[in-house]
Design a protein around this ligand. Sequence first.
Ligand code: APR
Length: 312
Amino acid sequence: MSAKVSIIGAGMTGATTAHWLAERELADIVLVDIAEGMPQGKALDLQEAMPVIGKDVEIIGSNSFEATQNSDIIVITAGLPRKPGMSRDDLLTANAKIVGSATTESLKYSPDAIFIVLTNPLDTMAYLAMKLGHLPRERIIGQAGILDSARMRAFVAMETGVSVENINCYVLGGHGDEMVPLTRTSNIAGVPLRDYLPPAKLEEIVNRTRKGGGEIVNLLKTGSAFYAPSAAIAQMVEAILKDKHLIVPCAAFMNGEYGLHDMFFGAPVQLGRKGLERIIEYKLDEEETVALHKSAAAVKDTTKALEHLVKF
Ligand code: APR
């Protein structure tokens, strides 16, 4: 295939991302992990599935970044996942080291690649990768908003029985418990969600969305969500490789948008072959603005904590 996507971290999310990508026949895929034999084994297993599903995709597993040479997109999922009782921010110290080295190593072999970061705490890890890799903001995007919005859409679908395809939900803000699910702009086939569901039910859905990651962590006990996060990455990869100019919520570097500077934050962004094409700014009401600034303050706190750990 002409396109190449390398996934750093072949754990639950990385390997499932490879699965979704292979099914869509979007690109050849490289899985890199520090665990010996594991990325090779998963890649070979997936490669052997290709004749069954009829997709001509090459999938390689490796413990070396050399295999990622000339990738169009690098997806970083390497890191520790959350365990029960841990917040995303608890992962900061361990994951900063892992994401830092994944970024610099990947850039040695693919200096022009677009980076998609998934490792938590997401907004801060994307910031770290951008600074360490000296990347322009077009080439580094965090995966979070598609997942958070998808969770909200799923909950609305469960409540209403309407097809997920008719349900449009928008979640702004950091990928943490302070995220801002927008009930005013979210809608079912154009009907505002606020007109469709009673306030108490809406509030329940908003709270469940905010805590959606924790709900899965508590059920799984040994790790965090991976199906929905990896499906979200696949949508971003497809939008970029097919130059779709697709508007989806993602974490992007803010240059004054929403009054925010020098940080990653979740907002609707347009994705195309060059990566981030633009950030869409909603007109927010007062309540949404207050919630957004609360979320931004939480992201800033984690980013400040990172600056004590790493010198840029
Ligand atoms: N280089 C490459 N791979 C690494 C490195 C490294 N330096 N350090 C760790 N890994 C690998 C691990 O060996 C493991 O296979 O990263 C993989 C992570 O996979 P899982 O433990 O299954 O975690 P996963 O559920 O995929 O989550 C990964 O995504 O959603 C976030 O919070 C989550 O930060 C976590 C990340």
